[in-house]
Design a protein around this ligand. Structure first.
Ligand code: FE2
Length: 824
């Protein structure tokens, strides 16, 4: 091996360095979305992998998904993917040990797959060249070298195929293209070896070769089996891709154009269902069924399946037409779950299963999150193992500290808040927590005293008179703009293709006039200003609200221009269509200008600091309170328990913002050390108590609920206890060391409270993704080795509980085995 290997730890999710570096591409994807769709430029054809002959009795291939993350986990999974695996010669059941070599009783062979299929999210955070090279290619090539050394055999290159998921799209498929698409040099001359081209590096793997030419694939496999790899992020599919798949088995629909005829939708779907291949493996970037939640008939995934002629077995309790046999498989969620696919009481195999298998290397998503609507037939890791692993790790503040820059955010919030309530006049006067004699001394050469002077108003006779009206007006206008975006845009969408100019114009006027009318009160307020000036903090709030109003107006413009863009495809634009763009653009700029010019009457240092404090406090209080309702609430748990989750989020926000300040205000350094130490120790102990086998022998929905309630009560008690502990001290004079204490307290308690928040939320089935990302566990990785025969598909799910740098030390076992059968 020679060169020492650097095993990379899993990527940091909690505002980590890599995540911040990837923000640009993530934002670009979020902003441009479908407009940067490269799929329409692809040349695609069906592929028949090598050795696909029906003369053999069986055919094998491997499946992994969600791969390039912590090197140790990826290396272990890669090792399995390039090795023959051996089972004991006895009845094969779950938990059955797996060996990497034929020894003793291990004489049943699971041969290496003829190809490897990668189901998306090839590397994190964004699957670009650097991430793929470091987190996917390198551990795969290490495994290749080690297998060659251990077995003394040359490992042949077999095809690798893949589909992209969201993390591949964050790099606009550039990395994906290099990792999976047929390389240029081999196209030129079959004998030319790939060169390391630094300006345009390919990403070849020693043990695999690249064959596909598009981001989606159709594989012709032996015995009439077909594998469809769909590039259908967010269950959306471009027409060219849809036409490609349909053409392979029912080309008359694309030839006569009826495939896209909405009037013949039902008829087309019926034709497709009858013509679709009998034996199918459908790989998608996201699962239809996960976390025990039933898919719905109006979900985008259901619509996608119907449009391709795929019977939605996941809506029919796993029932599929008798003549068909199908496996739906995906990654996206980083653990293993199987729905349906069990043999019945008579030992007859099912003909449909839906499998989630995202354990190819990425951090563990808790597998005990469960909506309880559909029973998981198999899950890995077991619920209790998942609960223990993730809860213990997120209730370890050091783990949260290592998991990214959440600690720095907590530190900055603590620092800024303490500074705000002690030094600048505009903000300390809101609370009056510290008497003047404990503040930095005027005239002193101390830095803090100089800053205090710079942030103090020369004239302090500002009053609130009159400016409450401005505040109420701006709050109402902001609320109106949010509501108007939700109400008026759908109305505009309804008539976007309307041939009647009258209908369209009327809708335009109804869209624009109510917004413009809000200008009248603003003009009155500007022309009739109050006699006094507003207090500086109120002035900063008014500036902030004016800017928010301006931004919301620009977001209305964005929505309207998108609609106009779509309309212009079939309807001619007129000068009238552009009036809302002009009027709203002027209004947006006007509101922002009014904010700064009309209310910004104080010196820049005061205004900018007040604005900073308003932004920080708003983000912490509103952001953390609303956090449970973000996109991560895939099960809709927070929305269904809105009061409970608002309270949990608000409690988290209050703790994050108040505890560091209380510590810096009241506590001496010795007591500070004791309070911090005790809080860390109690958190660690709670992590072990609430996962203890002594208290919780079995895992069930009821047990999970009790754990959640217990954790919530413990968190409330600890929060209150810390609060009271801080209040025991005397007020301490403000100086630089206190600012340092606020910073350190924010960092430490930021990690502690975030861990508690995630642990409680996870126990209530919310924040699965964030809890997994915070825990960054490399444990419980897996791959699936799939055997095809004339009548059956058998999946052998191979798991590694704790991946090791030396794989011979790892315990490898069969965590699930399932068989689907083609019914005669
Ligand atoms: Fe993923």
């Amino acid at each position: 091996m020679g060169i020492e290997r650097k095993f990379k730890r899993p990527v940091s999710w909690l505002a980590g360095r890599e995540l911040l570096a990837s923000l640009e591409s993530i934002l670009s994807y979020l902003l441009n979305g479908e407009k940067q769709d490269s799929r329409d430029w692809m040349f695609v054809e069906a592929i028949t992998p090598p050795h696909c002959n029906d003369t053999e009795q069986e055919y094998w291939f491997d499946y992994i998904a969600d791969t390039g993350d912590g090197s140790r986990a990826v290396y272990n999974v890669a090792y399995l993917c390039m090795s023959g695996l051996w089972l004991k010669d006895e009845k094969i059941t779950r938990g059955h040990p797996v060996s990497l070599s034929r020894t003793g009783e291990f004489n049943q062979r699971l041969p290496r797959g003829e190809f490897l299929f990668v189901g998306g999210d090839t590397a994190y955070h964004a699957a670009d060249i650097a991430a793929l090279k470091e987190r996917f290619q390198t551990p795969f090539n290490w495994a290749y070298e080690d297998i060659a050394v251990t077995t003394g055999e040359k490992i042949d290159q077999r095809p690798i195929y893949g589909i992209p998921a969201n993390h591949d799209y964050y790099d606009a498929l550039d990395g994906f293209n290099r990792q999976f698409c047929h390389p240029i040099v081999q196209d030129i001359h079959p004998l030319v070896r790939e060169q390391e081209d630094l300006t345009d590096p390919p990403l070849g793997l020693h043990g695999f070769r690249r064959e596909q030419k598009s981001s989606y694939v159709w594989l012709n496999l032996p015995f009439g089996w077909r594998l469809w790899g769909l590039d259908s992020q967010a269950s959306k599919m471009d027409k060219r891709q849809q036409a490609f798949f349909v053409t392979q088995f029912c080309d008359k629909l694309t030839r006569d154009g009826s495939l896209f005829d909405e009037n013949k939708k039902e008829e087309v779907q019926e034709t497709l269902r009858n013509a679709i291949p009998d034996k199918l493996i459908v790989a998608t970037p996201e699962p239809s069924t996960v976390f025990g939640k039933r898919a719905t008939s109006h979900a985008a995934m259901t619509e996608l399946f119907l449009r391709l002629g795929l019977e939605p077995g996941f809506l029919q309790d796993g029932r599929l037409d008798h003549s068909k046999c199908r496996l739906d498989i995906s990654g996206d969620v980083h653990h293993y779950e199987r729905y349906w696919g069990n043999a019945n009481e008579n030992g007859e195999y099912s003909n449909y299963a839906s499998v989630v298998a995202g354990g190819g290397g990425a951090f563990l998503h808790p597998s005990h999150t469960d909506a309880g609507e559909i029973k998981k037939q198999s899950v890995y890791p077991a619920e209790m193992d998942s609960h223990r692993e993730v809860t213990q790790r997120i209730l370890n503040p050091w783990q949260i500290f290592l998991g990214g820059y959440a600690w720095l955010i907590g530190a900055m919030v603590g620092f800024i808040t303490y500074f705000a309530v002690t030094v600048p006049q505009s903000t300390w006067s809101l609370f009056e927590l510290v008497p003047n004699n404990l503040r930095p001394v005027w005239g002193d050469q101390d830095v803090l005293a100089r800053i205090q002077i710079a942030l103090t108003l020369a004239n302090t006779d500002a009053t609130l008179s009159g400016y409450w009206i401005d505040l109420i007006y701006l709050l109402l206008f902001v609320a109106f703009l949010i509501a108007w975006r939700l109400m008026s845009i759908p109305e505009l969408l309804k008539v976007k293709y309307s041939a009647s100019r009258d209908i369209w114009n009327r809708r335009l006027i109804t869209f624009l006039i109510p917004v413009v009318l809000w200008l009248i009160p603003l003009l009155l307020l500007i022309l009739e200003p109050g006699e006094s000036t507003p207090p500086s903090f109120l002035a900063a709030i008014l500036i902030g609200l004016s800017c928010v109003a301006g931004l919301l107006i620009f977001s209305l413009i964005r929505c309207y221009s998108d609609i106009l863009f779509e309309r212009s495809r079939i309807r001619k634009e007129t000068w009238l269509d552009f009036i809302p763009l002009w009027v709203l653009s002027v209004m947006g700029i006007f509101y922002m200008a009014v904010g700064f010019l009309h209310y910004g009457t104080y010196q820049a240092s005061i205004m900018s600091f007040d604005l900073l404090v308003i932004v920080v406090w708003s983000l912490v209080i509103l952001g953390l309170t609303a956090f449970p309702f973000f996109a991560s609430d895939k099960l809709g748990v927070a929305k269904a328990n809105i009061g409970k989750f608002l309270a949990i989020g608000f409690w988290h926000a209050i703790l994050q913002i108040s505890i560091p300040v209380c510590l810096a205000l009241y506590v001496d350094w010795a007591s500070w050390l004791i309070i911090c130490g005790a809080a860390i120790a109690i958190t660690l102990i709670a992590g072990h108590l609430f996962t203890s086998q002594y208290f919780f022998r079995e895992f069930s929905a009821d047990v999970q609920k009790k754990i959640g309630q217990g954790l919530l009560i413990a968190w409330i008690v600890i929060g209150i206890a810390v609060f009271f502990a801080t209040m025991q001290g005397e007020l301490v004079a403000v100086d630089a060391s206190r600012l340092l204490m606020a910073f350190l307290s924010g960092a430490i308690f930021g990690c502690i409270w975030l861990g508690w928040y995630l642990a409680v939320s996870m126990a209530f089935n919310c924040h699965n993704n964030e809890a997994g990302g915070g825990a960054r566990s490399e444990k419980f990785r897996h791959m699936i080795r799939i055997k095809l025969t004339e009548d059956t598909l058998t999946g052998y799910v191979i798991g590694i509980d704790a991946p090791e740098k030396d794989i011979s030390k790892a315990t490898i076992r069969l965590v699930d085995v399932f068989t689907l059968q083609v019914k005669k």
